[in-house]
Write a protein that binds this ligand. Structure first.
Ligand SMILES: Nc1ncnc2c1ncn2[C@@H]1O[C@H](COP(=O)(O)OP(=O)(O)O)[C@@H](O)[C@H]1O
Ligand SMILES: [Mg+2]
Length: 375
């Protein structure tokens, strides 16, 4: 039974990250050199995959690394504990050091050793006996990367994923100011911030009045070149003794626009359709079958996106017109409002301007979905 041939869902590992090599190297060098970096982009384009791979390589180089995903957290204490655990893992080699230390019932044999490993980090007694105040815990957590790096003579890189959710997690806007006030004193730590709400992320890092102004360099995430996809898809199918010629592969990419997750999903559905039929050549028929199935799976995600977008007025009608290839401005609607809807959709990376000043969908399958809705 072959594993998942085309992985779809969470972050993918090195061998399934198509292209991105130069970008990963560039991030590795910048972060390794102490520069903090911010990457913003819509969900499902491969931010987390890139970040995990960069951290893996830095770790191999001898860096301490830690990652915290705000999407998974629900309150201040969880944030603090998650950051502390991620930091301590560099010394203890276990993922939830605090839990192990607290769990006296389990009192594992290695407990004494573990305590010794952490002796100099000044969190011994107060933290383990009695519940420390969550604010004190957070203050401690926010400085731990620097303390740890200094004590151990290492450099450290910390990843914050879905960073725009931090204010939701601790339910206060000031969290960003607080974080900055700690991080700006860190000499041996660089930070990698990822966010899927581009508008919020860009404001946070590039508005003079915002907390993270000039704290990190903002890099655009490059698209994946078509040739890299062709090579990857051909190799993957070949590994399963499945034939696919490059014209067919380019046809797949035309349908997906090379969007990372959409392309993976279509290929994956083609693969399963072939397995079911007991065939080993990708033909146009199987491409269509895989595409249709992928679109059904994506419908759920697209519904959610559409729900969110539709909170702004005129968004739906503008999307419909662009999808159908019609003019976006109509006699009925106020042109300023249409313009606002267009700007909003561009800021959300749903549409982009092409060379001739008209608009197109970033994700062709989303366009297809919108068209299908109104057939
Ligand atoms: N470079 C890539 N090459 C191939 N597929 C990718 C790549 N980046 C992302 N994907 C696909 O997109 C999915 C989501 O990737 P992820 O890193 O979680 O994106 P994000 O963090 O931007 O939401 C992956 O499961 C994979 O199917
Ligand atoms: Mg992600």
């Amino acid at each position: 039974m072959p594993g998942k041939l085309f992985p779809v869902g969470g972050p993918v590992s090195e061998k399934d990250i198509v292209d991105r090599e130069d970008f990963i190297t560039s991030l590795q060098i910048r972060l390794g050199d102490g520069q903090s970096v911010m990457l913003a982009g819509p969900r499902r384009i491969g931010k987390t995959s890139i970040a995990y791979e960069v951290l893996r390589r830095l770790k191999e180089q001898g860096f301490y690394t830690a990652s915290v995903d705000f999407f998974r957290l629900s309150n201040k204490r969880e944030f603090a504990v998650s950051l502390i655990n991620a930091c301590l893992e560099n010394r203890t080699g276990i993922r939830k050091t605090l839990d192990v230390l607290k769990d006296r019932a389990k009192a594992i044999a290695g407990m004494a050793k573990l305590t010794i490993k952490l002796e100099d980090l000044e969190f011994g007694f107060g933290f383990l006996h009695g519940e420390p105040d969550e604010n004190a815990l957070l203050d401690y957590a926010l400085d731990l990367p620097e303390i740890l790096a200094t004590r151990d003579g290492r450099n450290m890189v910390v990843l914050f994923d879905e960073f725009q959710d931090a204010s939701r997690v601790v339910s206060q806007e000031e969290i960003y100011k607080k974080m900055r006030s700690h991080f700006q004193n860190h000499k041996n730590v660089s930070y990698l911030f990822l966010g899927s709400k581009e508008g919020i992320m860009k404001a946070l890092f590039s508005n003079r009045k915002e907390a993270f102004y000039r704290f990190a360099v903002i890099l655009p995430i490059p698209p994946i070149p078509e040739d890299s996809w062709v090579t990857y898809i051909t190799r993957k199918f070949a590994e399963q003794n499945i034939e696919v010629d490059s014209e067919i592969t380019r046809g797949i990419l035309q349908k997906t626009g090379g969007h990372p997750q959409d392309t993976m999903l279509v290929c994956s559905e083609i693969y399963y359709a072939l397995l079911e039929a007991g065939k080993n050549t990708v033909t146009p028929k199987f491409v269509q079958l895989g595409y249709d199935r992928a679109l059904l799976i994506l419908a759920q995600i697209y519904d959610e996106i559409l729900d969110e977008l539709s909170q702004k007025s005129h968004v739906r009608e503008v999307l419909k017109r662009i999808a159908a290839g019609n003019r976006v401005y109509s006699r009925k609607a106020n042109p300023n409002e249409i313009k606002r809807a267009l700007d909003y959709l561009m800021a959300k990376a749903i549409i982009e301007k092409d060379g001739r000043g008209s608009y197109r969908f970033v994700e062709p399958m989303f366009q297809e979905y919108i068209l299908g809705e109104h057939r």
